[in-house]
Ligand binder design. Structure first.
Ligand code: 7TS
Length: 411
C-alpha cells in the first residue's frame, strides 16, 4: 500500500495565521502538541452554524433547535467513526481530554477502588492522566504504582510482574503517545495485561488521535480520551469513549440539566447514555466544529499526516544532532511521532524559547505537565518542537538557525 503524501505548503493556505508576516516571514509554529492552528473550513463551518443553525440542543421542538441538535449529534457520530467505537451512546462530549480523564477517575474510580487495589500509571504520563489517579487512589486507600521508563523514554514492561504482586490491579492508565517525548507506547500490550489482572485500561489519546489512526476496538482498551483543539478543532470540547457496560454502571460526574431523567423532592434518576454524562448546556458549536475538524484531517488522511510528520522528525533529529551541546530526549524517530524535546547545554529552556521567538520560531519550554518525567530525565524543563500537517521543512531550518543564534548569544 502506498501512502498518499500530503502537500503541507498547499494546506497552509487553509490557515490564515500563515498569511501574517513578521519581517516578511510567517511564524514557524512548532507548538502543535500544545494546540493546533485552525483551518478556515472549521472556522467557516462554526460561523455558519452560529448564524443559521444555533439554538440549545435536545430541548426545543422548533426547527432551529432540531437543526442544532442534528449538528451536535452529527458531530458525535463523526467522533464515533473517527475512533471506530461500536456505538454513539458510548461517545461523551467533555471539555477536553483532562475533563474526560477526571470523569473516569471520579465516576469509575471512587466507586471501584479501595484498600488492597492498585492503580497503575506510567512515569511519562501527562499530569491530566496522573494527578486524578493519584488523588482518587489516596481518597480510596488504593495503591498508586508507576511503570518506569528506560533511558530512551520507553516503558519497562518487565516491571509489570512485580507490580502485580502488590495487590489487585484495577486500573492501568497510559498515554498512547507521550506529549513530551513523542514515544509511541505499547497500549495494546498493556490492555491485554490489564485485562489479565481484571483491570480496566484507560488510554489518553490526546497526542495520538490528531496524528494516527485510532481504533478503540483494536486497541482493546476500556476508555479513551482526546481533545478537539489538538486536531485542528476549537478549544473547549473533547471526547470520552467508554465501554457501554462500564458507563452504564457508573455514577454521573456532573449533575444538572440534560443528564437528568426525573427529579422529585426525595430522589433523582439519570438520563440514558450518553446524556447521563453531559450535564448543562454543552459546547454546541464547538462540538460541531470538532466534527468538521475530524472530517478535515480524515480527508487529508491520517496515514499521510503520520508519514509527513515522520519525515519531519527524522530531518529535525538529524539536524539537531549536529548542534554541539544539544541533547535530544526520547526514543529514535522510528518509535516516536512528530515531537522532539531537547536541552542545549548551559542555556535554560526558557531562554532558548525566548531567543527563538525573536526569530519568529514558536516552541514550548517547560515541564510540559510531565514533572515526574522531568525528574526521571534529571532536568527541570526541556525545549520542545512539535509538528503537524502544516509544518514545512523551512520551519525546521529556522529552528536550527535560531538555535545557532542562541548558542552565539550564550557563547
Ligand atoms: N494528555 C496529554 C498526553 C496531553 O498532551 C495533554 C495536553 C492532555 C492530556 C490534556 O489535554 P487538554 O486538552 O485537556 O488540555 N498537552 C499539552 C502539552 O503538551 N502542552 O500543552 C498542553
Amino acid at each position: 500500500m502506498t501512502t498518499q503524501r500530503l502537500d503541507a505548503q498547499k494546506l497552509r493556505a487553509d490557515f490564515a495565521v500563515f498569511e501574517e508576516l513578521t519581517n516578511g516571514r510567517p511564524v514557524a509554529y512548532l507548538d502543535s502538541a500544545s494546540s493546533t492552528q485552525k483551518p478556515r473550513q472549521v472556522l467557516d463551518a462554526m460561523r455558519e452554524f452560529y448564524e443559521h443553525s444555533y439554538a440549545n440542543v435536545h430541548r426545543g421542538v422548533y426547527t432551529l433547535a432540531e437543526r442544532a441538535t442534528a449538528g451536535y449529534e452529527g458531530a458525535r457520530e463523526k467522533v464515533r467513526a473517527y475512533i471506530n467505537a461500536p456505538s454513539n451512546r458510548e461517545v461523551i462530549f467533555t471539555r477536553g481530554a483532562t475533563e474526560a480523564l477526571n470523569l473516569i477517575a471520579y465516576s469509575w474510580g471512587l466507586e471501584n477502588l479501595g484498600p488492597g487495589d492498585v492503580v497503575v500509571i506510567t512515569e511519562l504520563e501527562h499530569h491530566a492522566n496522573f494527578v486524578p489517579w493519584q488523588f482518587i487512589a489516596k481518597k480510596t486507600g488504593a495503591q498508586f504504582a508507576h511503570i518506569p521508563i528506560d533511558d530512551y523514554g520507553e516503558l519497562q514492561l518487565d516491571a509489570l510482574d512485580e507490580i502485580a504482586t502488590r495487590g489487585n490491579v484495577k486500573v492501568v492508565a497510559n498515554n498512547l503517545v507521550s506529549n513530551t517525548l513523542g514515544t509511541i507506547n505499547p497500549v495494546e500490550k498493556l490492555a491485554v495485561w490489564a485485562h489479565e489482572q481484571g483491570a480496566i485500561m484507560v488510554v489518553d489519546a490526546a497526542q495520538a488521535a490528531p496524528h494516527r489512526h485510532i481504533d478503540v476496538q483494536a486497541l482493546g482498551c476500556d476508555f479513551l480520551a482526546f481533545s478537539s483543539h489538538k486536531v485542528c478543532g476549537p478549544s473547549g470540547v473533547g471526547a470520552l469513549w467508554g465501554r457501554r457496560e462500564l458507563l452504564e454502571e457508573m455514577q454521573p460526574f456532573n449533575l444538572g440539566g440534560e443528564m437528568i431523567r426525573s427529579v422529585a423532592l426525595d430522589r433523582t434518576s439519570w438520563n440514558e447514555l450518553p446524556y447521563k454524562f453531559e450535564a448543562g448546556t454543552p459546547a454546541i458549536a464547538e462540538a460541531y466544529g470538532f466534527g468538521v475538524a475530524l472530517d478535515y484531517v480524515s480527508e487529508i488522511g491520517l496515514d499521510a499526516i503520520e508519514a509527513h510528520e515522520h519525515e519531519l522528525v527524522v530531518t529535525a533529529m538529524d539536524r539537531l544532532g549536529e548542534i554541539p551541546g544539544l541533547r535530544i530526549f526520547g526514543p529514535p524517530a522510528e518509535r516516536r511521532t512528530g515531537i522532539v524535546s531537547f536541552e542545549l547545554e548551559g542555556v535554560h529552556p526558557h531562554d532558548v524559547a525566548q531567543i527563538l521567538n525573536w526569530e519568529g520560531v514558536a516552541v514550548r519550554a517547560g515541564h510540559h505537565c510531565t514533572q515526574p518525567l522531568m525528574t526521571r530525565l534529571g532536568v527541570a524543563a526541556t525545549t520542545r518542537a512539535s509538528f503537524y500537517l502544516y509544518t514545512i521543512e523551512e520551519d525546521i531550518d529556522r529552528l536550527i538557525d535560531g538555535l545557532l543564534k542562541v548558542k552565539e548569544t550564550f557563547a
